[in-house]
Structures are given as structure tokens and as C-alpha cells.
Write a protein that binds this ligand. Structure first.
Ligand code: FES
Ligand SMILES: [Fe+2]
Length: 370
């Protein structure tokens, strides 16, 4: 795993203490909210970034050029300092010594993995190169769970954990990757919510007459919110009780571990907030009872595709992708405690990221539950 700025992927800073209930408004969370600059984002499948050339990806409305330099990943703001052409339109070339360079398509300025320019063709091979002729790197770029992850600036939280992905007892797969007009914030909020199962997922795993949602426990630890509760689950024909452990941090990603009788499922929903209009959704899935059965694996993937489609069917009906972070903007119930905890966390992150809309104490505004 690599990072052009030398950062470790697990860079974490402590969550600020929430000290009082300020009453200033908290801006809603959209795909281009400044807080996303302080988070890790999935930007591509690993196989989409090849030695053939740079890839252009979007995070929070900003384009980045991502490339592999002799096995090392690098990401740069997608702008050549010369005439500001997108360097993602360039190509990967080789020096006489065989080292990889990113060469701009416009006038051929040539950059190394750290973003330093080492050749301006119009000045000749020995010509001077200004120290200002540099690409601006992302704070971090790394590869995990078969995806490429990018952090524009120092992230507030760690890369999302996904222990099931590395568990040899689990069979892992990727559900269909989709683009949607729903925002990353809406998708994470939906993923943390359990009260919609009997309605949105009535055709898949939801159980219509499952009674009140069990309260469970919700905890906030640093930059992570976690909920644990038991709820009915329809797995094929059988209705079983299952334990759900959901976790989300300062991230467009959320993790769930489902513990059914004799079966464990682990899922990482990883959302890339591309711009105000689109989110790319990667859904990584694992299950313990596949055992090399390709038919069962195909069924599992299809079920997870369907579940995501059911969620998107309601999320895409919203007129806007903005997710309220001010707890007074919506009416919450006891069943929404995890969603409220994540809103508070993101409000604190917004303040900590210096977005200028509210300080961390605003996250402590009343999250009254009806
Ligand atoms: S714009 Fe890149 S070399 Fe001129
Ligand atoms: Fe759902």
C-alpha cells in the first residue's frame, strides 16, 4: 500500500469532544461537502487502474488522475501546472533508465511518481525545470479489498475495516457496481437504518409483521458509530432472528456483519461521492456458507444486487441528495438512534474539517426521538 505524501492509510485523529448544545444550524451533507476532503473514498476497482495509462476519477466534484508507477500507486489533482490540461489525458511513458513517468498529452511535460517534472520537451533534454512545475498529490492513495482508495487531505478516520474480507472461512464477491443520483450520505444513512426492512425489502429479506424494532445498543467511539441489534431476516424461505452489527465513520462507506444461525455475512458498502449528481456504489460481500458452490454464490450476488436496487428505488425518489445533519430538521424515533449517532458524528467532522458551517458543539443539538 502506498501514499505519495508518505501517510499511512490508517491515519486517524481523535474526535473532538462534544461539550455543549449549541444551536447554530448545521449544513446538510451533500456529495460536494468539504468534509469529504478529510475521508478515504473508493475511486475504482483495482483492475481499473492499470499500467496502460492514468485513470480519471472524481471525488466531491474534483477530478483526480490515478496511476500506477512501477507498482506504486499515485494520485494527483487532474491539472498540469503548465496550461492546466488534465493530466489524466496523458500517458504512462518510460525514461531511458526504464522508470515510469506520467507525460502530459498537451506539451509533453513529464512527471515522476512524486509529481516532480523532470522534462520540458520544448526546452530540450538538459533544459531547466522550474521547481513550481509539480503535480499536486492527494494526501493518500492505497489499495484494499480489491478497490483503490483516495484521501484528498489527511483523513479524520481510518480506512473502513472489513475483517470478513480477509477471513478464509468467508467466500468473497462483489455485487454489481452502480451509479446513482442518490448521495453517499443518503446511502450510508440508509445502510445504517433497519426500520425500513419490512417495507423496502418486503420482496427480499424483510419480514412484514416483525413487530417493534428491538432497541439494541448504539455506541460512538472516536470517529466510529456502531449499532448492535437483533431483527428477523428472511433467508430463502426461512425466517430467522439475526444479529446485526453496523458500523460507519467519517466516510461514505459502512460495514455490516450479519450473524444468522450457522451463517455469517459481512458486507462493505463503499460509496464514491463523485459530484452533486452521481455516486458510484461498490458493494463488497462475503458469506460463510458458500463452500465453493458457484450456484449459491451467484444467488447470493443476485440477492445483494436486488437489495441495493430496492434501496435505490426509494432513495432516487428524493428531490435532492442533501442529507440533513441538523437533528431538528427531521423527526426521529427510538429506532433511529444509529442514524442520529452518525449524523452527530458527521456534524462534528464537518466542524473539525473547518467547513465553516458549525462547530463541533452543534452536533450536540437535540436529537429528540418521537
Ligand atoms: S498543459 Fe501539460 S504540458 Fe502543457
Ligand atoms: Fe435497505
Amino acid at each position: 500500500m502506498t501514499s505519495p505524501a508518505g501517510a499511512t492509510p490508517a491515519a486517524v485523529t481523535a474526535a473532538p469532544a462534544v461539550t455543549s448544545a449549541a444551536r447554530r444550524p448545521v449544513a446538510p451533507l451533500g456529495n460536494t461537502s468539504p468534509v469529504w476532503r478529510r475521508a478515504w473514498h473508493p475511486v475504482a476497482h483495482a483492475e481499473e487502474v492499470t499500467a496502460d495509462g492514468p485513470a480519471r476519477v472524481l471525488v466531491g466534484g474534483q477530478p483526480w488522475a490515478v496511476a500506477r508507477f512501477d507498482g506504486r500507486l499515485a494520485a494527483f489533482e487532474d491539472q498540469c501546472p503548465h496550461r492546466l490540461a488534465p493530466v489524466s489525458a496523458g500517458s504512462l511513458t518510460r525514461t531511458a533508465a526504464g522508470e515510469t513517468r506520467l507525460t502530459c498529452a498537451y506539451h509533453g511535460w513529464r512527471y515522476d511518481a512524486a509529481g516532480r517534472c523532470d522534462l520540458i520537451p520544448a526546452l530540450g533534454r538538459e533544459g531547466p525545470v522550474s521547481s513550481r512545475a509539480r503535480l499536486r498529490p492527494a494526501y493518500g492513495i492505497t489499495e484494499a479489498y480489491g478497490l483503490i482508495w483516495l484521501a484528498p487531505e489527511e483523513p479524520l478516520g481510518a480506512l473502513p475495516a472489513f475483517p470478513e474480507w480477509h477471513d478464509p472461512a468467508m467466500t468473497r464477491a462483489k455485487s454489481r457496481t452502480v451509479r446513482t443520483r442518490a448521495s453517499a450520505g443518503q446511502l450510508v444513512d440508509n445502510f445504517l437504518d433497519a426500520a425500513h426492512f419490512p417495507f423496502v425489502h418486503a420482496a427480499s429479506f424483510g419480514v412484514a409483521d416483525d413487530g417493534p424494532l428491538e432497541a439494541g445498543t448504539v455506541t460512538a467511539d472516536g470517529w466510529l458509530a456502531t449499532g448492535v441489534f437483533d431483527t428477523p431476516y428472511r433467508d430463502g424461505g426461512a425466517v430467522v432472528s439475526h444479529r446485526v452489527i453496523k458500523t460507519a465513520g467519517v466516510s461514505g462507506s459502512a460495514h455490516v456483519r450479519l450473524e444468522l444461525p450457522g451463517v455469517t455475512i459481512g458486507i462493505l458498502l463503499a460509496c464514491q461521492p463523485e459530484d452533486d449528481d452521481t455516486t458510484r456504489v461498490f458493494k463488497l460481500i462475503t458469506r460463510s456458507d458458500i463452500g465453493g458452490d458457484d450456484g449459491r454464490l451467484e444467488t447470493f450476488i443476485k440477492e445483494e444486487d436486488q437489495i441495493l436496487a430496492e434501496d435505490l428505488a426509494i432513495l432516487e425518489r428524493y428531490p435532492s441528495g442533501l442529507l440533513p445533519l441538523d437533528p431538528r430538521a427531521e423527526v426521529h424515533s427510538r429506532a433511529d438512534r444509529l442514524s442520529v449517532a452518525w449524523r452527530r458524528l458527521m456534524a462534528s467532522a464537518t466542524a473539525a474539517a473547518g467547513a465553516g458551517m458549525a462547530d463541533a458543539t452543534a452536533a450536540d443539538a437535540t436529537g429528540t426521538c418521537a
